[in-house]
Ligand binder design. Structure first.
Ligand SMILES: Cc1cc2nc3c(=O)[nH]c(=O)nc-3n(C[C@H](O)[C@H](O)[C@H](O)COP(=O)(O)OP(=O)(O)OC[C@H]3O[C@@H](n4cnc5c(N)ncnc54)[C@H](O)[C@@H]3O)c2cc1C
Length: 337
């Protein structure tokens, strides 16, 4: 077992905040996950799972338990007619899987290029971007149920997928070991979103998964701060889903409010409210700000503490509520949850 002690969570998370974890165990296979869980039980300590830490806000107090750092590698390919299933270890970086699919000319996850993090964390919040979510192609996940000690195969329909949601968010005792994605050898570019439609108008090649992946990475490089320089976890909040009546009320007050009909109501881009309604693009409070190029993205400068980041997020949520009556929800999760 590869075990390290007193490791700063700020060094394991992209927001670069968080105190020390008592133990960190690198999990490279099922056996090491079992060993880490047994170690936590033996020491009577809690455990929590971490991938690349790109969607969590770790506490300044750290974590007095065992962090399972997921590093199960390997991608297998299974072909059945014009469907190909890629079975990936949960520690594979998500973008490597997207590249592998694109190199095989497989369609289905190309619009999700460039999203940071691991394959194992992708089902946890049903990652999505540019009109695509992994719930569309995920076939099954293999988990270790740490309550029973059993390996379970959870099919797509049983994953409880929703908008940036799944059962894995609510059942942290399920540790994802592998995930399988069924992709297609035939496909059509999905370029309904404005940024990709603009690429098409500008003559950018969008004819293959490889070309689309590259175009998406280029678009994204302007939308997010450089992870090597700034602390960020991407979009800090979810886009709110409001009723038709609420949308009509907002449209009356603020003019044309962009809308995307979804199950349960109308999704509105929070960036529109932050920027056009509240004028908060680039807004700063102390060491934390909203990114100038995309106000939904929170940026933590100069080693901002988790407390400072949390206070800033509360302040933004309050401003949105006072102005619009909408109670926004965070996408970024507290660690430990
Ligand atoms: C610059 C930037 C841009 C981003 N853009 C997008 C985007 O476009 N769309 C999008 O959806 N997200 C986006 N994100 C968020 C993030 O990339 C995803 O949520 C990603 O899936 C997180 O992966 P991770 O390995 O870093 O997970 P972590 O942050 O390490 O963990 C996230 C959660 O998943 C749990 N978890 C992790 N691995 C496992 C496992 N193997 N088994 C069980 N639970 C696990 C953790 O306990 C934690 O609760 C962005 C983040 C950044 C920093």
């Amino acid at each position: 077992m590869i075990l390290r002690e007193n490791i700063l969570l700020k060094d394991l998370t992209t927001l670069r905040a968080g105190g020390a974890a008592r133990y960190v165990v690198e999990c490279t296979d099922e056996a090491s996950v079992r060993e880490a869980v047994a170690f936590a039980k033996e020491k009577d300590l809690p455990f929590a799972v971490l991938g690349q830490g790109s969607n969590v806000l770790a506490s300044d107090e750290g974590f007095p338990g065992v962090v399972l750092l997921m590093n199960i590698q390997g991608i297998e390919t299974k072909v059945e007619g014009d469907k190909v299933t890629l079975v990936s270890g949960s520690g594979v970086s998500w973008d490597s899987l997207v590249r592998e699919a694109a190199q095989k000319n497989l369609w289905g996850i190309e619009n999700l290029a460039g999203i940071p993090g691991t394959v194992g964390a992708a089902p946890v919040q049903n990652i999505g971007a540019y009109g695509m979510e992994i719930k569309e192609t995920l076939a099954w996940v293999e988990v270790l149920n740490t309550k029973t000690g059993n390996i379970e195969y959870i099919q797509n329909a049983d994953c409880g997928f929703g908008y940036r949601d799944s059962r894995f968010k609510h059942e942290p005792w399920l540790v994802i070991l592998r995930a399988a994605f069924t992709l297609s050898v035939k496909g059509e570019p999905r370029i309904g979103y404005a940024d990709l439609a603009r690429c098409k108008d500008e003559g950018v090649d969008l004819s293959s998964p490889l070309a689309i992946g590259e175009a998406v990475r280029t678009v994204r490089s302007k939308k997010f701060p450089d992870l090597a320089v700034e602390g960020t976890a991407g979009s800090f909040f979810k886009n709110p889903i409001v009723s038709h009546e609420k949308h009509a009320e907002l449209a009356q007050r603020y003019g044309a409010v962009p809308s995307f009909p979804v199950e349960g109501g109308i999704k509105i881009p929070l960036a529109f409210i932050l920027d056009r309604v509240l004028g908060l693009r680039g807004h700063s409070e102390g060491k934390v700000s909203l990114f100038g190029n995309q106000p939904l993205v929170l940026v933590a400068h100069d080693s901002a503490s988790a407390k400072e980041i949390d206070a800033f997020a509360h302040s933004i949520a309050k401003k949105v509520f006072v102005e619009t009556g909408i109670d926004i929800e965070r996408e970024v999760r507290h660690f430990p949850a």
